[in-house]
Design a protein around this ligand. Structure first.
Ligand SMILES: Cc1cc2nc3c(=O)[nH]c(=O)nc-3n(C[C@H](O)[C@H](O)[C@H](O)COP(=O)(O)O)c2cc1C
Length: 138
């Protein structure tokens, strides 16, 4: 099974989750600046909530790599209990890309909020999410 991890981050929170997921499934996490060079069965796609939405870099990545994406598993960080799932879902639906309902989200530090998040417990949960997602595809 071909698995890839891509993420978008500004302050590093989502990268922490991306690295935990990548380690759990035995691949390297890369930013959305790295195109998918081959067809992936499972794409873990990470992003964070900015002004209630998702950065256009994430949307552009999906559009530009659509032919190489099998199934998307979304993960995201945010200051509040929010997620980028719906934003990513909308684009995937428009492009006919399969996206799992199962997704991972956790708090990310923002100014004085959520100090040290994602924390070790978040990383552990993310790793378990990833292993479970890959298990579902087998
Ligand atoms: C300009 C800006 C806007 C943000 N807007 C939101 C928001 O609407 N909702 C939310 O929950 N968090 C918001 N956040 C917090 C980020 O989503 C949170 O810090 C996230 O973990 C950042 O992830 P990153 O370091 O991977 O970019 C915002 C942060 C910034 C800097």
């Amino acid at each position: 099974m071909n698995i890839a991890v891509r993420y978008y981050t500004r302050s590093g929170n989502t990268k922490k989750i991306a690295d935990a997921i990548a380690q759990a499934v035995g691949v390297e996490a890369k930013t959305v600046g790295a195109p998918l060079s081959e067809k992936t069965d499972v794409l873990f796609l990470g992003s964070s909530v900015y002004a209630g939405g998702v950065d256009t870099a994430v949307i552009n990545f999906i559009k530009e790599n659509k032919d190489n994406i099998g199934m998307v598993y979304n993960f995201s960080t945010a200051a509040f209990p929010m997620s980028t799932y719906k934003n990513v879902r909308k684009v995937c639906d428009e492009l006919g890309i399969k996206m799992a309902v199962e997704n991972f989200k956790c708090r990310g530090s923002f100014t004085l909020m959520n100090k040290n998040r994602p924390n070790e417990a978040d990383l552990k949960e993310a790793a378990e999410f990833a292993k479970s997602a890959v298990g579902q595809q087998k």
